[in-house]
Write a protein that binds this ligand. Sequence first.
Ligand SMILES: *Cc1c(COP(=O)(O)O)cnc(C)c1O
Length: 247
Amino acid sequence: MKVSPSDTTIAARLAAVRATIAATCARVDRPPESVTLIAVSKTHPPAALLEAIACDQVNFGENRVEEAIDKIPVVMAQTSVPLTWHMIGHVQSRKAEAVVQQFSVIHSVDSLKIAERYSRFATEQGKMLTILLEVNVSGESSKDGFAAAHWENSESQKSLWSDIRRIIDLPGLQVGGLMTIAPIVETLEQVRPVFSAVRRLRDALAVDFPQANWSMLSMGMTDDYTIAIEEGATFVRIGRAIFGSRS
Ligand SMILES: *Cc1c(COP(=O)(O)O)cnc(C)c1O
């Protein structure tokens, strides 16, 4: 999707994104409320978030811990609206405690080790955190996430399934589903098989681990969110189409 020119307001861009989400849902016979829009506010100042909040935006995504722990309290001090903060970026172990303090949904759980850290701090802080498992189904080596390119092969499935079994049993965490970042592609349609593979993996996990909730699929960004919705996304994470390009 094309990013609107920089002279368009955040309100106008947000309205356009919401309209596109609704139109896409209508086209594939999904209720519009089955897709939650996360405004990805990384690199943007509190004033930009407050503009979006004034348009009833309550879900925000940040990907860098340092930036988020400075920004979140500033934004929260300037609004009485309850907001939901989504961590969408890779987190180093030593920053897990700060993430548990500030965020209520973590989309980027990419190892058993980081899940164990979150569990420990969530338990200490008396919190229940919703986590999504980030999966890499395209096999790109530059990507974070559980290696899941060959999950249908029983050998590679074994180690993935064993990590997931242990994560599901961790206290303080509630698995909600899967998250993925699509690879860079030449033509947009090339991301469709990636999103549908994530959905099929989710369906397989729901059969093998019925004790957990697998309803959430976090996939789709500015360039590819309509395809992600067509393939079953329940969270779309959108930055540039709302806030403009990042410097
Ligand atoms: C930055 C980011 C987004 C948003 O990307 P846009 O292309 O600006 O919509 C979504 N997900 C993750 C994990 C990101 O880091």
